[in-house]
Design a protein around this ligand. Sequence first.
Ligand SMILES: *[C@@H]1O[C@H](CO)[C@@H](O)[C@H](O)[C@H]1NC(C)=O
Ligand SMILES: *[C@@H]1O[C@H](CO)[C@@H](O)[C@H](O)[C@H]1NC(C)=O
Ligand SMILES: [Cu+2]
Length: 285
Amino acid sequence: MMLFKPTLFTTLALYLLAITLTLTLIPTLVQAHTGLSNPCGRYQEAAGCPAPPPGQVVDVDINSPIGTNLRINQPLCKTSIPYPFSSRTIYKAGDTIQTAYSIGSAHGGGHCQWALSYDGEKTWVVIKTMIRTCLQVTPGTETNYRIPVLLPKDLPSGNVTFMWLWYNAIGDRELYSNCADIRVEGSDGGSVKGLAPLIANYGSGYPAFVNEFPNATDPDGSELFDTRPAVTIQVKGSGATVSGTSSGTAPVPTGSNQPSFGSRIASGSPLSLSIAFAASFYLFH
Ligand SMILES: *[C@@H]1O[C@H](CO)[C@@H](O)[C@H](O)[C@H]1NC(C)=O
Ligand SMILES: *[C@@H]1O[C@H](CO)[C@@H](O)[C@H](O)[C@H]1NC(C)=O
Ligand SMILES: [Cu+2]
């Protein structure tokens, strides 16, 4: 009995799988762009960063954007599965985090936001915004480049997601996002007030668009940052479950190019490959 007999179907399915694999692997060949390296962006391969949680793999593409103005490739943070509790970096409220970046290409710098979530990335509050000057790094000094981000001194204790967002000044209209899993030691419960992050250049569901601004006089979309709604996060004290509430209206994606599974499954994951393979089975069977 023959176990594998090539047919038109299997040939076409394997061919499609090969194309899918190729397309999936192409981004990993592009080592430019920039990612968050301190505190460790999730699944970053840098020395001193924890191993990915069980079932996850090192993100060899940590520097790549999560989307462009045309499409969403990955969720905010790139992955929604945090590092294990035991590997979180501990900071005290009032500490300044000297953030560092794995800079392949800084694309002329741009706008950055840093935000915190206490509720597993449902609610975000921005703690620092830099317009234009973020990642404007002198060539040759990339490894020493640091941006200080102050954790407000009245922050409540909690298991916190620390997110970095970047709109590059030059090049394709991209959104970059990496997240670090940290633990804040501060007050026992309390609230964090601020603004929700501006989400732009991330598929058509987010209408905000930040155009290129290579020159000092170019419009840079900085006025969009003034439209960010106010947010208050309430954190319960003493071991109670942490919860976040938003008093502002968070931007909700409504666009037709928001892939239904795009916000959950990183491109290149085995699951997206198996979806592609299942699709090829469906098409050619
Ligand atoms: C953080 O998470 C761990 C593990 O789930 C939990 O034991 C701890 O109480 C949490 N810390 C805070 C401050 O919520
Ligand atoms: C803007 O900058 C680019 C290079 O980044 C340059 O080629 C172009 O001439 C500049 N445009 C103006 C109007 O200054
Ligand atoms: Cu890039």
